[in-house]
Design a protein around this ligand. Structure first.
Ligand SMILES: [Zn+2]
Length: 383
């Protein structure tokens, strides 16, 4: 049955009528001026989520019902599609986590939102700083055979892999993944400029959480932040929680990349959307502090975020001075393009999946209140 929805399409800048089943059938300008309509945007896409609502995606044993609960909690933030993210761990641990997440996707109604998987590591820098919170003992060089096992365990749903390009094996590894249609990102790296250039020439198209997973102190120039900022073939994603990167770096990075090459991610870990206390990220304990930081237990080192997508959209306006349309572009169209999300390339337009959010926007306060989240033409959240 065809459904209908009216609202103000922020990217189009006008009121529209949407008609949809699982796909959008019609997105037409409303001729009659209509007052008091809610805002509409394509559903948010989060390319990096380690867990949410107290649920850890980095464990082979996380119950499927818990994964379902974590997905419903994300629907309340406007997220419609995500890449659950498995970080550096033992080979059997990472494979088990991917296998469990894939089984959950197949078993759960909410699993429709799991677009695929992001593997962040284990082929990253072993150095303090670039390695971030990834466990040192499991860092290892790129291995195409291990990648093939991830794909076998998920029916080919590993869509994004983050590696450090300074490994000698990196260019050949990147070429193999890109041939499969996988997006390869640079991250947790201490690379020289020549390594970054080689990775981009091999097909890497993204910088993972640029500005984080880096040394506390580095040469003023050259360094791997400038090299990635200056490389126009690289898109970049950012954790815009007001904690991971300061306002000055965020503004400069957005200007260097341009909005079209910039993506909002949460990098949420299990405490996101939960109450302060101790949680698990893989086999490491992490604490959610009263001021919304996720840190390795007993340390100050950040271990993912407690960010929610709609708060990230607000933060882009408040911290970086973006317009609502620019912030939404970073949460919808850009991750769809760079993450190669099928059926999500056009936004609120006929032929695309009926993934959208209905929300209220308070312009002076720059606040977003999610009213409804629709995925594939079904309502998964109503506030
Ligand atoms: Zn990371």
């Amino acid at each position: 049955m065809t459904k209908k929805c009216f609202g103000h399409d922020v990217l189009r800048g006008g009121n529209i009528l949407l008609e949809f089943r699982s796909l959008i059938q019609l997105a037409d300008d409303l001729v009659e001026p209509a007052a008091g309509l809610p805002h509409l945007a394509a559903g948010f896409i989060d390319l990096q989520v380690n867990g949410f609502a107290g649920v850890d995606y980095n464990s082979p044993d996380t119950p499927h019902a818990e994964i379902g609960r974590s997905l419903r909690a994300q629907f309340a933030t406007g997220t419609t599609r995500l890449l659950p993210t498995v970080i550096t761990g033992s080979a059997p641990g990472m494979l088990g986590s991917l296998r469990n997440l894939y089984a959950a996707k197949r078993a759960l109604a909410e699993g429709v939102a799991i677009e695929g998987f992001h593997v962040e590591g284990p082929h990253i820098s072993p150095e303090e700083g670039p390695r971030g919170a990834h466990p040192r003992q499991h860092v290892r060089p790129p291995d195409v055979d291990e990648y093939r096992r991830w794909q076998e365990a998920t029916d080919g749903l590993v869509k994004l892999v983050t590696i450090a390009p300074e490994w000698p094996e990196a260019p050949a590894y990147i070429e193999a993944l890109v041939r499969d249609g996988v997006t390869v990102a640079i991250g947790h790296t201490a690379a020289q400029g020549s390594d970054i250039q080689a990775a981009v020439s091999a097909g890497a198209t993204l910088s993972t959480h640029l500005g984080n997973g880096a040394h506390g102190v580095m040469p003023r120039h050259p360094n791997y932040l400038w090299e990635q900022l200056a490389e126009d073939r690289l898109n970049a994603d950012f954790i815009v929680d007001g904690i991971h990167i300061g306002a000055a770096f965020l503004k400069v990075a957005l200007r260097a990349k341009g909005i079209e090459r910039s993506i909002l991610v949460t990098d949420a870990s299990s405490p996101a959307g939960a109450t302060p206390g101790r949680y698990m990220l893989g086999d490491q304990a992490v604490d959610l502090t009263e001021d919304d930081r996720v840190v390795l237990a007993g340390h100050t080192r950040l271990a993912g975020s407690a960010l929610k997508m709609h708060r990230g959209v607000e933060n882009l306006m408040r911290i970086a001075g973006l317009t609502l349309a620019e912030a939404l572009t970073m949460a919808t169209r850009n991750p769809a393009r760079v993450g190669r999300i099928a059926g999500r390339q056009r936004g609120l337009a006929a032929g695309d999946r009926a993934d959208f959010v209905v929300f209220d926007f308070d312009a002076p306060a720059k606040s977003v209140t999610i009213r409804e989240t629709w995925i594939g033409g079904e309502c998964f959240f109503r506030g």
